[in-house]
Write a protein that binds this ligand. Sequence first.
Ligand code: PGA
Length: 249
Amino acid sequence: MRKKVIAGNWKMNMLPNEAIAFIEEFSQMVKDAKCEVILCVPYTDLFYSLLTAQNTNIKIGAQNMHWEEKGAYTGEVSAKMLKSIGVEYVIIGHSERRQYFAETDETVNKKVKAALANELKPIICVGETLEQREAGKAVELVTKQTRLALEGLTKGELSSIIIAYEPIWAIGTGKTATSEDANQMIKQIRNEVANIYGNEAAENIIIQYGGSVKSENAKELFTTSDIDGGLVGGASLKPEEFAKICLSV
Ligand code: PGA
């Protein structure tokens, strides 16, 4: 049985004092949650969030990283740096990074490898645009993104990664993929993993859905056969709302 994993993606929101207040309140609400609860916070909140989340069941993640360990890369943060302060997870290849910051399948793959080499667990985002979906290319594109993100990884490493299927047209738009459509695509991703790594690895890998997840649709999405939880943007900014989502599984 795969465990459900629910991760909040705060994006570029929340000052440290807000992060601390959020986690203090939220940690009480989710202390009995059955799922793994993760908050992916801005770099400037990481240290405060890690301290505040100590002795709670909340895990802290970053939203990006560089693949090099150190060097002349002004403005970048490495996997080793994140690991050194106690970060456990890192989102890699979010569609906003692919769209606004020129991330490619190749840089995603480099980052995934660097994260794993530093014992960080990557949450790898894949997903199609509306045009690609309407052109009937969604499955082809998403399975290709998955394949390229995982290129060169060993079977054993798969247990340390999470894939998040996030159709771009559903992110921040209020439009959610139907639970059936989302589940269908996640099955296709799992199938692709099976093609490369075999059935057992595919059965065990955690694959989330992301895109306008809210307390009203969480349960329906997360009780399908293949959706193992969610990556939640907007609805993770309010403690009560995000707690409801975490407690829905
Ligand atoms: P959303 O964002 O829940 O606000 O649609 C999801 C994401 O971008 O990870």
